[in-house]
Write a protein that binds this ligand. Sequence first.
Ligand code: MG
Length: 374
Amino acid sequence: MSLACYAAKPHETLGRLHQEPAEPTQSGRNPFQRDRDRIIHSTAFRRLEYKTQVFLNHEGDHFRTRLTHSLEVAQIGRAVARRLQLNEDLVEAISLAHDLGHTPFGHAGQDALNECMKEHGGFEHNLQSLWVVDFLEERYAKWNGLNLSFETREGILKHCARRNALLIEAQEPGGVASRFLKGTQPSLEAQLCNLADAIAYNAHDIDDGVRSGLLTMEQMQDVSLFARYHAQTLAEYPQLQGRRVLYETIRRMLSDQVYDVINATRAALQQHAPASADEARQCPALVQFSAAMYEESKALKSFLFRNLYRHPQVMQTTDGARAVVKDLFNVYLDKPQEMPAAYAQRSDVPRAVADYLSGMTDRFATREHARLTA
Ligand code: MG
């Protein structure tokens, strides 16, 4: 498949932080494929299996975890990339890495850790994902981290507060944080991963929400994006029952959003006509939904926020999770020697605690909590 002129080209990569010998030609891997492979072999990637997306990891065998979520983001991202002739390998690498910096216990854990770190520079999961691949992973003799390409790192750093952008820029002038200071966009592949992330969680959270019994199909009728395909499904298959109705509806909803992104983005690309990947960075965000789909997707997201993420039963388990994170933070702050040596020996104790804690899986955090607070 040939790449469009505005796609990221492996041979034009801005390179890695540490110079490496060129890939042996017989391996045939380009830099973004190497990045993907490094991510898949990382410890942080394996931990995604035991980190909560919405439902705590042990609540059921079929709910999404951060790992299956990341795989779904990669699938949606690659499908769109192929149609737009964007770089599929780069999309895959960014998608698989995009949640590496997430704490245990989903958003509750993230909020709790952010609160604990308020006096110490805060905690941002996007920045943490970059920190994981740049520093925390220990795979190489010569350097910290995975030494990924600029383009993959640029995609991982989806948001960044100005204060942190200035700190990164000071260490890496013109690097991955520059765009937050200049107000430009990341590559089209990075933009696509953001949208694929939203499409994936909106769809799979309906699925998990209904199967858990916390959301009902009747309730979902308030969401036009769902109601439309639900009605369409029942009109075509009046006898259809149970889960198949749900899956057929979600499947149609998902593919329509994918086609919507493809069409809306094609139109934007035609209008702005970027002639290179770098020109695309100077344009407004071009990977997008149509205006109508954007509104519907936003409505679905806020429905899920109100009815699922804030559901009393979800809140109850996440309140417990928040307490675990806060307790652990305070214990390690007080007794850094309870952490492995690599963390205990660092001079910035709060940051070392945040790094150690955010890397934990749900079950490891729960075990540590029992060990240290019994
Ligand atoms: Mg995500």
